[in-house]
Design a protein around this ligand. Structure first.
Ligand code: OOG
Ligand code: MG
Length: 264
């Protein structure tokens, strides 16, 4: 596949996000487009965003790690993406949706690392051992593709629909959390929208992160000390409209909140 076409895809995805408009999905129409090329696009897109937006990498995100999300999107494999410092929002504030094309919100368990995690036979136990603390979070996802529809390769190129993330303020040691039975109640405007437990994320969110650690090792990358990793949505994602208030209560952690409006 020609470098020129890769560069073209990177530019289209960058401009779509910047100008808050959608693109048609492309992966099925580009000959020789495969998973490796899709992650090449993602890497170049992240480099461009760091350069042009004056930001830096803060961590990673997993996508499509739960059956609820896989069924919702019609994609049956997980993916990963990169988080940037300028994607981070403060918990409890009211956020503008003006920069989102068709943003959706999802509750996730976030991990913050106390050491580098390097290697290609990483286990869930090693992930837990290298984690400084875990905390509840929200991810705002926003696909740059029309009608939020894509194949796995489109979504990978689009940095796995990453948009913003919100970390809660209550932290726990990973050993203190039941990574399977820990319950989550996701509410929109006071009503229960979805309930689940942490096992929805590949049996255990730490296993999902181990999957990613092994996957990025193939590209010579690793989770670094201080980085945050979102382990993937525990429930389905819910469309955000101005005036919406969301909360997610996590067993043992309390509740995180996010509200949305139009305007700055
Ligand atoms: C892909 C990203 C999914 C998650 O947590 O499952 C994701 C998408 O559904 O747009 O972030
Ligand atoms: Mg997510």
């Amino acid at each position: 596949m020609k470098t020129a076409s890769i560069d073209h895809i990177v530019e289209d995805l960058f401009q779509a996000e910047k100008n808050v408009r959608t693109l048609p999905q492309f992966a099925q129409d580009v000959p020789e487009f495969n998973e490796e090329r899709a992650y090449d696009v993602q890497e170049l897109l992240i480099e461009k965003k760091c350069r042009e937006e004056g930001t830096a990498v803060s961590g990673w995100k997993l996508g499509l790690t739960s059956k609820a999300k896989q069924q919702m999107m019609g994609v049956h494999e997980p993916s990963y993406g990169v988080l940037l410092k300028n994607m981070s929002l403060n918990e409890g504030e009211t956020h503008s949706i003006d920069g989102f094309i068709h943003g959706k919100l999802e509750p996730e368990l976030a991990f913050v690392f106390k050491e580098d995690v390097m290697g290609d036979y990483i286990t869930a136990a090693q992930i837990i051992q290298s984690t400084a603390y875990v905390l509840p979070s929200f991810e705002v996802i926003d696909s740059r593709f029309e009608a939020f529809k894509f194949t796995l390769l489109d979504a990978v190129a689009d940095n796995s629909s990453s948009c913003r993330y919100i970390l809660g303020n209550q932290i726990l040691s990973p050993e203190a959390v039941d990574m399977r039975l820990g319950g989550v109640v996701f509410r929109k405007n006071g009503e229960v929208a979805a309930t689940s437990t942490l096992a929805a994320v590949m049996g255990n969110p730490a296993s999902a992160i181990a999957w990613m650690a092994n996957k990025i090792a193939k590209r010579g990358q690793y989770i670094q000390k201080g980085q945050v990793v979102l382990s993937g949505a525990i429930t389905q994602a819910i469309h955000i409209e101005p005036g919406d208030h969301f909360s997610a209560s996590f067993d043992g952690f309390g509740t995180i909140h996010a509200s949305f409006k139009t305007g700055e």
